[in-house]
Design a protein around this ligand. Structure first.
Ligand code: GTP
Ligand code: MG
Length: 219
């Protein structure tokens, strides 16, 4: 009886440690990718006198949301299975001024030799039927721990301010209507997404024109 208790305590302690380490790895992965993005941002600003990144957010998937996804996807409840099958425990969202900046950032990130690109989903070239636009990159990045290297999934979303505005509102509406948006609103949201794409195109054109003027001024 006594031995069983000790064993249980050890087991629980062990589990606790495993969980803490599991979460920590994702925190480290986000710190690493944030540093990478910050370097790109600062260096780009220095060289081109221009900042392609408006802001950056990172988040670790909440326990509730993680458990919901594990159940939905029918994943065995083991850390190994979770690590392999849930690719968005660590998420980073980069908000750019222009669509061209999105592809620039994406290329620079994908070119980094320690980043393993697992999947790229271009919802800008191919928006979702509801109108959602963003560039998604699922990658694996190495985290160097005291006794091992862990390669963990990070989901990166890159979008413009306008796309982000649309996605935030759509997300709110989606949950307000319990994931069943009334048809007339679906249609209006799609129209708004088309307007977003049009706005992004216009802003890009204006920016290109300004850049040409700047170049001419120099010469
Ligand atoms: P899940 O995360 O299981 O949905 O994986 P998936 O394979 O469907 O990935 P996908 O790249 O399509 O979407 C991942 C994330 O992008 C989501 O968790 C959201 O943050 C965002 N996203 C995707 N589609 C939409 C959408 O229609 N509206 C909004 N607001 N966000 C979306
Ligand atoms: Mg999805």
């Amino acid at each position: 009886m006594q031995a069983e208790k000790v064993l249980n305590k050890e087991f629980v302690e062990n589990l606790r440690e495993q969980f803490t380490r599991f979460g920590l790895v994702y925190k480290f992965a986000l710190e690493e990718i944030s540093t990478k993005v910050n370097i790109l941002k600062d260096e780009f600003r220095l060289i081109h006198d221009y900042n392609p990144i408006e802001h950056v957010n990172t988040r670790i998937k909440s326990a509730e949301s993680l458990i919901r996804k594990i159940q939905k996807k029918n994943i065995p409840f083991s850390l190994e299975a979770i690590k392999e099958n849930i690719r968005d425990i660590a998420g980073i969202r980069i908000i750019c001024s222009f669509v061209s900046d999105i592809y620039r950032i994406s290329e620079m990130i994908q070119a980094q030799s320690d980043i393993e690109v697992v999947e790229v989903k271009d919802y800008i070239k191919n928006p979702k039927p509801n109108g959602y636009q963003s560039l998604h990159i699922v990658m694996k990045i190495p985290v160097f721990m005291s006794d091992r290297v862990e390669r963990v999934f990070v989901e990166m979303q890159i979008r413009t301010i306008a796309m982000d505005f649309w996605a935030s509102l759509e997300h709110k509406i989606y949950y307000k209507y319990n994931k069943q948006i009334p048809e007339h609103l679906t249609k209006q949201l799609k129209e708004a997404a088309d307007t977003v794409a049009e706005l992004d195109r216009k802003m890009e054109d204006i920016n290109n024109e300004i850049n040409i003027l700047k170049e001419n001024d120099k010469s």
